[in-house]
Ligand binder design. Sequence first.
Ligand SMILES: Nc1nc2c(c(=O)[nH]1)N[C@H]1C(S)=C(S)[C@@H](COP(=O)(O)O)O[C@H]1N2
Ligand SMILES: [Mo]
Length: 195
Amino acid sequence: MKHFEKANPELSDRVPPGQYLAKGFPVLTYGDTPDIQTADWQLRIWGLTSPRTLTWDDMMSLPQHDFTADFHCVTRWSKLDVKWTGIKLTDFLAQIDLDPKTTHVLQHCYGGYTTNVPLADFSRDENFLAHTLFGEPLPAPHGGPMRTVIPHLYAWKSAKWINGLEFLSSDRMGFWERNGYHHRGDPWTEERYSN
Ligand SMILES: Nc1nc2c(c(=O)[nH]1)N[C@H]1C(S)=C(S)[C@@H](COP(=O)(O)O)O[C@H]1N2
Ligand SMILES: [Mo]
């Protein structure tokens, strides 16, 4: 019989199945890292909402919060207790008019990356548009100046260099979803790949 003990049972409760704790905070990007200044940054919203373009100042005028979240990449690394600052997605959604027929959100990014999320997952209380990481302006490799953070799903759903939200009445796959990854991506049930 093997005596195999998890180093810290409390911590292991926070690490989803098949995940390992990363040293540092790895960067995982498909393609080039866009170079976007806050003065040029814009967030366009369209689909089942009145089309609007929001600027950096628009976002800074919304309530700002610090939050701590765990981060789980489908390539099997997790990082616990990442400290972010940003705007709650619920606060953001509360000040746009959304057609009640909306069921899904397709996030668009500078550089062309996209990822889809059901509205029920997108509008959770713990989700953020983040612009600060561990007290510093969010570095470009981690998605600065602005990214989403959706902690309860695999991190490919947390869109770096976000520049658009498209509100939809049915699901439409994003970049990794079209390439075989799961439509939803719950790390606790290992929704890694679609089949
Ligand atoms: N625009 C964009 N967003 C992205 C990605 C990407 O390649 N482009 N990679 C995703 C993946 S797979 C992960 S694990 C996280 C990685 O975030 P990090 O580089 O800050 O660790 O960003 C996600 N968001
Ligand atoms: Mo990832």
